[in-house]
Design a protein around this ligand. Structure first.
Ligand code: FAD
Length: 434
């Protein structure tokens, strides 16, 4: 059978590889550049994820999202090119809560996790940045995070899944998919690229991520309810730390975290070369938010125009209250002697407003409703439009298997759960002959 996979990100690489393993003919089409064994940019394999984000062509520049109903749209990061967001992300690699997966009907979550080929390892002590070290000392629940690396180098899904089979599939990098092509019965028969090229297939799997998968399907004329609805991210709050002494060389951006269920605290040791070396962040993220109510809509019927993204975070008072608890814990931690010695000031925005203004829960809640941040974990924007295992309702041979298909946002960082989903769906397609 001839399959066409759209998007070579974390999920698309899993899908392409497993279809090749099952003996299918596969074409993998990706909007951004290739990522090949001999030419991985040092910024991608290295420690500094801000450098990876700065690598030319590796993000969907110009994409914006509004976080809360009160905030203005601001840039929203998504990876681009083979490896997708997993080639530019912060490498935290967590599997998530078995009970949550069971509640989704994923009784096979363990075996899906075991099939994921992207490895994880924890940072060695001399790689851990100063703020993370202080954090590990001050917060009893803090630990070194598993990172999607091997031997200190980032491992993307492109490396783990695609590289071993590059001679057994067709890759088409630098090719923007405009829309899916259907026959008269509504069955998918291929895709149309932005340059007008038509690529035929017996089945199309859209893995363009939680923002671009619904955009492609909306351009394809899918007006069914659920396409681009239910978008979710982990609502977050960023406390920016002005350090007394600038950090040394910019090494690992993140290497530790604390699970304070329902919030996660994540220290970010530096903010990359385009920011001052005396800045760090303590991020507070709500990992069990209420169901997503965000949307992805088309701004124009033109694949080169970014969609309109409304994350609609923190519309729920319970979410605000739980994130507020997390911010209080983080501020308490920053008041501990180690942090007091290292941190000059804590800012809550880039206009120089300090955390001293957060005097009480009412002030924190108000700040969150205006300045609530995201965790770049876009999820679930197709969940309402899909049948079991990513089948698109009313369209034969059209499937979705990426973060957009997650039934809800997982309670951990979304990269490994997205690959688990892809492993799960593709196994079912192969076993049932799609
Ligand atoms: C900056 C950043 C930091 C993150 N940090 C972490 C972390 O530390 N840990 C973690 O677990 N998660 C993290 N995430 C989230 C995680 O990386 C994503 O959840 C995961 O990669 C999603 O996989 P995906 O396959 O759904 O989408 P992606 O990996 O984003 O892949 C989608 C692919 O589709 C391509 N595409 C889009 N539109 C088209 C089109 N029209 N035609 C052709 N191709 C197209 C894109 O270019 C991209 O390559 C982070 C994300 C970002 C952006």
């Amino acid at each position: 059978m001839k399959w066409l996979v759209v998007g070579a990100g974390s999920a698309g690489c899993v899908v392409a590889r497993r279809l090749v393993d099952a003996g299918h003919e596969v074409t993998l089409v990706e909007a951004g550049p290739a990522l090949r064994p001999q030419s991985v940019p040092a910024a991608i394999s290295g420690d500094d994820s801000f450098a990876a984000l700065d690598e030319p062509g590796r993000t969907h520049r110009g994409l914006m999202a509004r976080r809360t109903r009160r905030s203005n749209p601001a840039p929203y990061l998504r990876g681009r090119g083979e490896g997708g967001s997993g080639a530019v992300n912060s490498m935290v690699g967590l599997r998530g809560d078995r009970r949550l997966y069971e509640s989704w009907g994923w009784s096979d979550a363990d075996s899906c996790f075991e099939r994921v080929l992207v490895p994880t390892e924890r940072a060695i002590p001399n790689e851990v940045g100063r703020i993370t070290r202080l954090f590990l000392d001050a917060e009893p629940r803090a630990e070194l995070a598993p990172l999607t690396r091997r031997g200190g180098q980032r491992v993307t899904a492109a490396e783990a899944y695609l590289w071993p089979v590059l001679n057994r599939l067709t890759t088409v990098p630098d090719a923007l998919v405009d829309r899916v092509d259907f026959d008269q019965s509504g069955a998918a028969v291929g895709v149309l690229l932005a340059d007008g090229t038509r690529l035929d297939a017996d089945a199309v799997v859209v893995c363009a991520g939680a923002i671009h998968t619904p955009a492609i399907l909306l351009r394809s004329g899918l007006a069914e309810s659920g396409v681009g609805d239910g978008l979710c991210d982990h609502p977050a709050a960023a406390l920016t730390l002005q350090l007394k002494d600038p950090a040394g060389a910019r090494g690992l951006t993140t290497s530790g975290l604390a699970d304070l269920d329902p919030v996660q605290l994540l220290p970010v040791d530096h903010l990359g070369a385009s920011n001052s070396p005396d800045l760090a962040v303590l991020l507070v993220a709500l990992m069990r938010p209420s169901p997503g109510s965000g949307t992805v809509r088309l701004a124009a019927d033109d694949p080169s125009v970014h969609p309109v993204v409304e994350l609609d975070l923190l519309g729920d008072d319970t979410d605000v209250s739980r994130l507020c608890d997390g911010v209080e814990s983080a501020l308490e931690l920053l008041g501990s002697p180690g942090f007091e010695r290292a941190v000059d000031e804590v800012y809550i925005d880039d206009a120089g407003t300090t955390a001293h203004t957060l005097d009480g829960r009412a002030a924190i809640s108000e700040w969150l409703r205006w300045r609530g941040a995201d965790y770049v974990h876009a999820s679930s924007s197709m969940a309402g439009a899909l049948e079991a295992h990513g089948r698109v309702r009313a369209h034969e041979h059209l499937l979705v298997a990426d973060a957009s298909a997650l039934p809800a946002i997982p309670n951990v960082n979304t990269n490994l759960p997205t690959m688990m989903l892809a492993e799960r769906f593709v196994r079912q397609w192969v076993e049932s002959d799609a």
